[in-house]
Design a protein around this ligand. Structure first.
Ligand SMILES: NC(=O)c1ccc[n+]([C@@H]2O[C@H](COP(=O)([O-])OP(=O)(O)OC[C@H]3O[C@@H](n4cnc5c(N)ncnc54)[C@H](O)[C@@H]3O)[C@@H](O)[C@H]2O)c1
Length: 331
């Protein structure tokens, strides 16, 4: 069964999709808002963001000038606010990006991760159920499957083995969403993507840290031997995949989104070095974080077969665009 959007008409008789994006002042959410506004002239977007250290309205400058975009400063944990928003803006679709997203921080303050990622998602799910939302997309991560041995890739229905408090909080939110599908037949899809990279990512994450420190001739810190492997997905390709899931993903299904560009942190560093030409002496290896996963890898057959999605951007081209963006937006 395929899902096709069934939206209201605007005053010109056109079908309008009224979309609540949470966490839209962050890295992926802000790129997704720009993607939607550019690709669908009939989408209206409300961005609900708490503007934590990771969110900034500077990420929404492009969207801010658009009459189809509205920003609301607030938390997904605030049920009263969420209820009001859904009613006031006649929301029919929700994409939940809002989260605490940094693994290192989750080791220091797991409670905050539980509060935002688990309880916040529960608030949104309950409110969406009560408001009869047509479709809810829960944005999740490859980290919920845990570390993958060489040669293996996780499928959507594989068991979840999260290692960090961050991954455990995301897995918990997924399970809550799936329980709403199972119990109440709620119209939900989950996306689990690999490591995103691209413009607007917070400087605490690996690639922005490498690029920004290299541009300023500062030390580059790599965990352990630099041998951890991640699959690198350009953020705009992820936005295109989420858009397909939003519009055509079968209700109740989970979709892995991966780029098949697995690289160790050492390889990523070498590729940044070949673009920016810094000295090896800037690279320092620091103690590995506890409980780290060696490798993430996803089987993406479902999204490729069902929704005909494939990544468009290879790592080198995405890296060039990312570096160009950070050059322009140096801190
Ligand atoms: N970055 C990645 O590589 C990656 C990969 C897979 C999945 N994800 C998931 O994608 C989503 C977005 O990730 P990101 O990298 O853009 O994160 P980010 O940290 O850049 O942005 C998170 C946004 O959520 C907002 N936020 C935090 N708590 C909130 C709350 N209580 N209410 C409303 N807004 C709140 C923040 O202000 C920020 O704007 C997250 O759910 C993350 O788990 C990220």
């Amino acid at each position: 069964m395929k899902y096709y959007i069934n939206c209201r008409e605007n005053y010109l008789g056109m079908m309008v999709l009224r979309l609540l994006v949470t966490g839209g002042a962050g890295f992926i959410g802000s790129n997704f808002i720009d993607y939607e506004l550019a690709h669908d002239q009939n989408v209206e977007i409300v961005n609900l963001d708490a503007l934590t250290y990771a969110g900034s309205t500077a990420n929404n400058i492009q969207a801010a000038g658009n009459a189809r975009y509205h920003f609301v400063h607030g938390s997904i944990n605030n049920r009263e606010l969420v209820d009001w928003l859904l009613k006031e803006f006649e929301i029919d679709h929700i994409v939940n990006f809002a989260a605490e997203s940094h693994v290192d921080r989750s080791l220091k303050d797991p409670e905050l991760f539980t509060k935002t990622n688990v309880l916040g998602t529960q608030v949104l799910l309950d409110a969406a159920y009560q408001a009869n939302i047509q479709k809810f997309i829960q944005i999740s991560t490859d980290e919920v499957y845990g570390t993958m041995p060489p040669g293996q890739s996780a499928k959507e229905d594989d068991p979840l083995y999260p290692s960090s408090p961050y991954a455990a909080s995301k897995a918990s939110a997924d399970l809550l969403a799936l329980a709403m599908v199972h119990t109440f037949g709620m119209p939900i899809c989950i996306t689990r993507s690999t490591n995103n990279f691209g413009p607007r990512q917070h400087h605490e994450k690996l690639l922005p840290m490498l690029i920004q420190n290299a541009l300023r001739n500062r030390p580059l810190m790599l965990y352990g031997q630099g041998t951890d492997i991640r699959d690198w997905l350009y953020v705009k390709d992820n936005c295109a995949a989420i858009d397909l899931v939003l519009r055509h993903g079968q209700l109740g299904q989970t979709f892995n989104i991966g780029a098949h560009q697995e690289k160790s942190n050492n390889e990523v560093t070498a590729l940044v070095q070949s673009e920016l030409g810094f000295s090896d002496q800037l690279i320092h290896h620091v103690t590995e974080r506890p409980g780290h996963d060696l490798r993430y890898s996803l089987d993406t057959t479902r999204i490729e077969n069902q929704l005909h999605w494939k990544r468009q951007t290879d790592f080198k081209n995405g890296l060039k665009e990312t570096i160009a963006w950070y050059r322009k937006h140096q801190r």
